[in-house]
Write a protein that binds this ligand. Structure first.
Ligand SMILES: [Zn+2]
Length: 324
């Protein structure tokens, strides 16, 4: 039984809006149907989906937070406008620099930086799940990595093939063209929160990695100070495109459930997310003077640094390993 069933994806859908197929999901982590309402919020991308309110629930068993009910896999593409510019793509290079700095701090060897962005002794085989336009794949290919991209968006995959000349596949995991134990590293830059079955995806990633292979996952962090401050206006919610809303605890839990051993879990800072959240809050008529000032880039950068130093950034980066 679903407890405290939310008023979801409110079906006072505008008449011009094509029918949406909704599904009620059991917890994607533990399979429980016992949930409590966590929040309700609109789609932040106006105006197509105005009038739709989405519910986010928390599993009473394992505390995973997820969007429920949610558009079915057949309907979710309806919520990705043609001009949708996923923040994962727009921020990928900035994030890559953050990752680069993080590795520098973690491993502390300048030669490591020259070997690439990943903590790996030499280039290997890399799969980028949710590769978008392929900027990360291109960077890694230039450093000698044998790269493969995977994305549900046909246009993105064609871009990777045509513009970068790299291997990319349309679809998700499991994928018939990908063989077990064929990758040294799999990356998921802001893609795991977009999938309907994250545990299935992670278990398949486990199979695709060699023993000792590494999985790198970056997702928004709903246990962060920015979420607590902005709540329904937090940029990292991105309903209904974000289907699972991880915390450091639940990200660790689902990775371990898939068989991985967590090696590290660190905050990633995004001052541009704070500014986007502040703009959303103003559009929703939320927030006061502090919200207004967070639209100012220097203050947003300072606030992002404070969140980062306190371990409260609105993004997290996990490095996990398939045990040898
Ligand atoms: Zn659960």
């Amino acid at each position: 039984m679903i407890t405290n069933r939310p008023v979801v994806g409110r079906l006072d859908t505008p008449p011009h809006f094509p029918a949406i197929e909704w599904e009620e999901a059991a917890c994607p982590q533990c399979g429980s149907n016992s949930t409590e309402l966590f929040l309700e919020a609109p789609d932040p991308l106006p105006p197509e989906n105005q009038g739709l309110i989405f519910a986010v629930v928390r599993c009473c068993e394992c505390h995973l937070i997820y969007t429920n009910p949610r558009p079915s896999p057949n309907s979710i593409s309806r919520f990705y406008p043609a001009d949708y510019r996923p923040h994962r793509r727009a921020s990928k290079m900035r994030q890559t620099r953050s990752v680069h700095n993080l590795y520098s701090r973690l491993f502390g060897r300048p030669c490591q930086e020259r070997r690439g962005l990943l903590p790996w002794p030499k280039p290997g085989r890399l799969l980028d799940f949710g590769c978008g336009g392929g900027s990360f794949l291109k960077t890694m290919a230039e450093q000698g990595w044998q790269v493969t991209g995977l994305d549900a968006a046909v246009g993105a995959v064609e871009h990777v093939r045509d513009q970068h000349g790299l291997t990319a596949l349309v679809g998700t995991l499991p994928h018939p063209d990908l063989q077990p134990c064929s990758f040294d590293v799999i990356t998921m830059w802001h893609s795991l929160e977009h999938v309907h079955q994250p545990l299935t995806i992670l278990r398949e990633a486990y199979q695709l990695l060699i023993p000792g292979g590494q999985l790198i996952v970056a997702t928004p962090n709903i246990a962060s100070w920015p979420f607590r401050f902005f709540r329904t206006s937090w940029f990292g919610l991105d309903l209904p495109r974000h289907l699972t809303h991880f915390t450091p605890t639940t990200l660790r839990m689902i990775l371990e459930n898939a068989g991985f051993r967590l090696k590290s879990l660190r905050p990633l800072r995004h001052s541009d997310w704070l500014r986007s959240s502040a703009r959303l809050a103003q559009r929703h008529h939320h927030g006061g003077l502090l919200t207004q000032t967070l639209r100012w880039k220097p203050l947003a950068k300072l606030a992002a640094w404070l969140c980062y130093l306190a371990g409260q950034s609105d993004c997290i980066l996990a490095i996990a390993e398939r045990p040898a």
